[in-house]
Every structure is written in structure tokens, then in C-alpha cells.
Design a protein around this ligand. Structure first.
Ligand SMILES: Nc1ncnc2c1ncn2[C@@H]1O[C@H](COP(=O)(O)OP(=O)(O)OP(=O)(O)O)[C@@H](O)[C@H]1O
Ligand SMILES: [Mg+2]
Length: 510
């Protein structure tokens, strides 16, 4: 057997003004799960895209099973059995699941395209490999982010020819239950002798699933760990950011002020029902729940993106019914959306324009943009969130995935809202930036904002929140103080494994 299934050596790639890769190497052994970690912008996605033939390297060599590949084109790489689950989702909203899975690799019989066969095969794949039920006839636009990710995975693996599968941050849109399923699927691939490259910012995932790990920093491989266990996290962080991080969460306990937001008996047929909750000034309230628990829809409804069928929302004691997000913003409530690349970022605008988009009144006078003030404001946010490269004029499309996330966050965190709805605020950002973001959220709460933090990361909920609401099947099933709450307890609540610790005081709220 060959010593490596993939060997990339001294890969260099420069974009105008940015050295993305500078003599970076990556070596993957047959049948191993190989982790790839590094800060936002370290070059992880770029080296993956060089391997995929999406970008052509300026320098360096690529060998698959000890055979040099040159030039690296998507056709050759595909024929060699390398498959990619890229960080971005590229699915056509009005295609069905089956069409999306088989696009470009349709099954034909003597009678032409066999839709029934393809649909059955896609559904079997979802059931057998990914352990989920997804109807092949449903449209992509009717699926949530997690299910779209699973469609993307099915599309890469359905032909059963994979030898090396690359996952670039696959769990970012997934909640803990789905992550377990994905891990089971990945381990099953490994058992079949398939090698895996696994890119993630979740170091607990890395130490959980990977056999070896390569660390990237500033476009180079700076460390390779040959043995991985749960004690490696600190070593990984140090190699990634070049310093130790002693506390991820700044929590200090908050003074709870006046009631700001209240929902009573909120419901939307098929998604959630009888939701009552409140958020006070100076308080961080967490919302936990698996995909499909109604968590995403609830947040969208509170923000006015979807109408509620029943119930009411009050803001500072007055009933409100937002007709649009702009309406919500005008009344002091902002949403940091979960899919920031899709819903938040104008890819062709500069970073400065994106950051200032929600505060145009502060950077303009009688409708005329005050350039310097806009630049200054953007530069401040770029510094606070460590957005890289630190250039307000750069076009947002050219940023790495995590830096795009930070740009949208910067826009909303800089507004002077009374209530912030944060939907997965740290998905896709590296551990150093997470610390900064947590500190900003903490500062908002200390300055009197009310914060609803919806997250699929139990550690984040426990670390940041004063109390946590747990949603399951469209209802709030638990309400608990975050003090003394363990990750296992919270996961048990979100998956329904726990019936204890049930909502104290929640019955009165309803
Ligand atoms: N198409 C592009 N044009 C210009 N610069 C780019 C382009 N793609 C990436 N870059 C730059 O190259 C560097 C490496 O980006 P890359 O996407 O590989 O980072 P990453 O390690 O995947 O980060 P993240 O964790 O944020 O996804 C970044 O500085 C980024 O801004
Ligand atoms: Mg990336």
C-alpha cells in the first residue's frame, strides 16, 4: 500500500495583494481521518481548492497514491476518486433533492433518464449512510441549511467511487444531533478504507474524530500532530494562534434590568406553538434546540421575517408586529442571521460598505456619504473583530469564509440596538476571533442590551448565557439557569433524553 493517499508539497498561491499559501504542505495517509485547522484566512480552503482544481497553484506539487498529478484539473482529481464537500453550498433552489444529488451524474437506462431509480437511490443513501429521512422530490428551497448540507454530501458520495473525501467545515450549519450522525457516516467511510480530510474550527470535533492533524498558519503548515486525543486542544490552539488562550468566555454575571422583549403564546402551524419567553435589559438568554426544533423559525418570527399565526410580541411593554426587518431595526431590534453569507453579506461591496450598511445615518449627512467617517468606523470594527486582511476597501467576496462571517457580525454589533437576536454568532470563526466576539456580546449586555442567543454549541450557551430555553418539536421543553449546567445535561435536554430539570417557572410564563 502506498505511504500516502495524498501528498501536496510546497504549494504557493497568491491572489492580487494577498499571499494565501506560501509553501504549504499536506500529507494524508490511506484510511485516516486527517484534520486541518488554522485561523480564519490561514489558507485551508485555498489549499483544498487547489486540490480540487478550482485554483491553479503558482508553485508546488500534488501526488495522489504516489503518482504526480500535473496539471491538477477537476476532471483528473475526480477520476482519482477525490470528492469535496466545500464550505459554501452551491445548490439550485428550485431543483429537487434528487436532481441536485444526480446533477451531472444522472442514471440512465435503456429508456432514458430514470427518475424513479435516482429518487430511490438518493433516499436509500440518506437513510443508510447519513441516517436521515429526506424526500427526494422535495425542493432545495424548502430545506433548512442542515439538510442542504446533507444533500451536498450525498451528491459527492452517491457514485460510490470515493477514495479521499474532503469536508470543509461540514458541521457549521448542523446541530449536535446531526453532527453525531455525520460523524457516524464519516467513521463508516473510514471503515471502508476511504481517507478523509476534515477542516473545522471546532477543536473538540477535531480531537474526537481525527487520527492526525495538520495546523496551518499564515499560508503554511506549522505543525503536524501524529497522535490526537482530547488533551491536544491546547497544543492545537497554540500552534494556530501563536499564543495560549486561558478563558474563552468572559461571563461575569449580569444585572437584570427592565423587561424588554416578551412573547406570549406565539405559534406558527407546523413549526412551533405556544411559545412564551422574555428577555430583560442586561440579560443573555440562550435558545437551544436541534435543527427542526423550531428554533430558527422562532427567531425569524420574532424579527418579522415570518408572520406568527397566534400570540403576540411586546417590546418595552407595547405590542409590536414588525412588517419587515427594517421596521424591526427602526424599533431597536437587530438580527445577526445564521447564514450570513447568504442573508447578510453583499459580496460585491467592500468590507467598509458592508459594515456600515446598518448605520448609514451615522456615516452620512443629508444622504451624502461621509467617506472618512465610514472608513474610520469600519477600521475600528475590523480591529475589534480582527477581520483579515485589515483593509476596509477590499471586496467582501475575497475574504475567507470566517472573515466574511465576522464582517456581518461587525455590522450588527456596531448598531445601538436595545435587543439583539444572535443566530449562531460564532459559526465558522476561529477560536481567537470567538474570544473577541464573546467579549463584544458581553459588553453589549453590560451596556444594557437584551440578548437572545440561539446556538447549536452547548458550550457557548452555558458559557455565555444567564438562562437557557430548550426547544424541542416546536415547544419550549425546558428553561434552566446556565449556572452549574453541564454540557451533557444540556445535550440531553435538546435531544429529549432528559425529562428532569424541567422548566422551573416556565409553567407560569405560559
Ligand atoms: N478569491 C480570492 N481572491 C482574493 N483573496 C482570496 C480569495 N480567496 C481567498 N483569499 C484570501 O486568501 C487567504 C486565505 O483564505 P482561505 O479562504 O484559504 O482561508 P481559510 O483558512 O479557509 O479561512 P476560514 O477559516 O475563514 O474559512 C485569505 O487572506 C483570503 O482573504
Ligand atoms: Mg475556509
Amino acid at each position: 500500500m502506498s505511504a500516502s493517499v495524498l501528498l501536496m508539497q510546497d504549494i504557493a498561491k497568491t491572489f492580487p495583494g494577498v499571499v494565501a499559501l506560501d509553501a504549504a504542505s499536506l500529507s494524508v495517509r490511506p484510511g485516516e481521518i486527517h484534520g486541518l485547522v488554522g485561523e480564519n484566512g490561514a489558507g485551508k480552503s485555498t489549499i483544498i481548492k487547489v486540490l480540487a482544481g478550482v485554483y491553479h497553484a503558482d508553485d508546488g506539487t500534488v501526488s495522489i497514491q504516489d503518482t504526480p498529478v500535473s496539471p491538477v484539473t477537476s476532471e483528473v482529481i475526480h477520476a482519482a476518486g477525490v470528492r469535496f464537500i466545500h464550505q459554501e453550498l452551491h445548490l439550485v433552489p428550485h431543483f429537487t433533492v434528487t436532481e441536485s444529488v444526480f446533477m451531472g451524474q444522472e442514471i440512465t437506462t435503456r429508456l432514458g433518464l430514470s427518475r424513479r431509480l435516482m429518487c430511490a437511490r438518493a433516499e436509500t443513501f440518506f437513510r443508510d449512510v447519513l441516517d436521515v429521512e429526506i424526500n427526494g422530490d422535495i425542493l432545495i428551497r424548502d430545506l433548512g441549511t442542515a439538510e442542504r448540507k446533507l444533500v451536498q454530501i450525498a451528491r459527492a458520495l452517491i457514485d460510490d467511487q470515493a477514495r479521499l473525501v474532503v469536508f470543509d467545515e461540514p458541521t457549521a450549519p448542523l446541530a449536535s444531533g446531526e453532527i453525531e450522525k455525520l460523524f457516524r457516516a464519516i467513521r463508516r467511510l473510514k471503515d471502508r478504507g476511504i481517507a478523509i480530510i476534515y477542516v473545522s474550527h471546532y477543536l473538540s470535533e477535531i480531537t474526537d474524530i481525527c487520527d492526525r492533524v495538520t495546523v496551518f498558519r499564515n499560508g503554511r503548515d506549522v505543525a503536524v500532530l501524529d497522535k490526537v486525543d482530547e488533551n491536544c486542544a491546547n497544543e492545537l490552539i497554540k500552534a494556530m494562534v501563536g499564543r495560549e488562550i486561558d478563558a474563552l468566555y468572559p461571563k461575569s454575571g449580569h444585572t437584570r434590568g427592565a423587561l424588554v422583549l416578551q412573547a406570549k403564546g406565539l405559534g406558527d402551524t407546523g413549526y412551533f406553538s405556544d411559545i412564551s419567553l422574555s428577555a430583560h435589559s442586561g440579560e443573555i438568554v440562550g435558545i437551544a434546540g436541534l435543527i427542526g426544533s423550531g428554533r430558527e423559525e422562532l427567531i425569524d418570527t420574532l424579527y418579522g421575517l415570518r408572520p406568527a399565526r397566534t400570540g403576540e410580541v411586546t417590546l418595552h411593554g407595547k405590542p409590536v408586529r414588525f412588517s419587515s426587518p427594517a421596521d424591526a431595526v427602526a424599533r431597536g431590534m437587530v438580527l445577526v442571521p445564521r447564514d450570513r453569507r447568504r442573508d447578510g453579506l453583499v459580496l460585491d461591496m467592500s468590507v467598509s460598505e458592508n459594515i456600515n450598511l446598518a448605520s448609514l445615518e451615522e456615516v452620512s449627512c443629508y444622504g451624502i456619504e461621509l467617506r472618512n467617517r465610514a472608513r474610520e468606523r469600519a477600521s475600528r470594527q475590523i480591529r475589534e473583530l480582527d477581520i483579515r486582511p485589515d483593509n476596509p476597501a477590499i471586496i467582501s467576496r475575497q475574504l475567507s469564509g470566517g472573515n466574511q462571517q465576522k464582517t456581518v457580525l461587525a455590522r450588527w454589533l456596531a448598531t445601538r440596538a436595545a435587543i439583539f437576536l444572535l443566530d449562531e454568532p460564532t459559526v465558522g470563526v476561529d477560536v481567537g476571533a470567538k474570544v473577541e466576539i464573546y467579549q463584544l456580546i458581553e459588553n453589549l449586555a453590560r451596556n444594557g442590551a437584551a440578548i437572545l442567543l440561539s446556538s447549536s454549541d452547548p458550550g457557548e450557551l452555558i458559557g455565555m448565557c444567564d438562562r437557557v430555553l430548550v426547544m424541542m418539536r416546536g415547544r419550549i421543553t425546558h428553561e434552566t439557569s446556565a449556572v452549574g449546567l453541564s454540557i451533557d445535561q444540556l445535550v440531553a435536554m435538546t435531544t429529549g433524553a432528559s425529562t428532569q430539570n424541567s422548566a422551573e417557572g416556565h409553567a407560569d410564563a405560559r
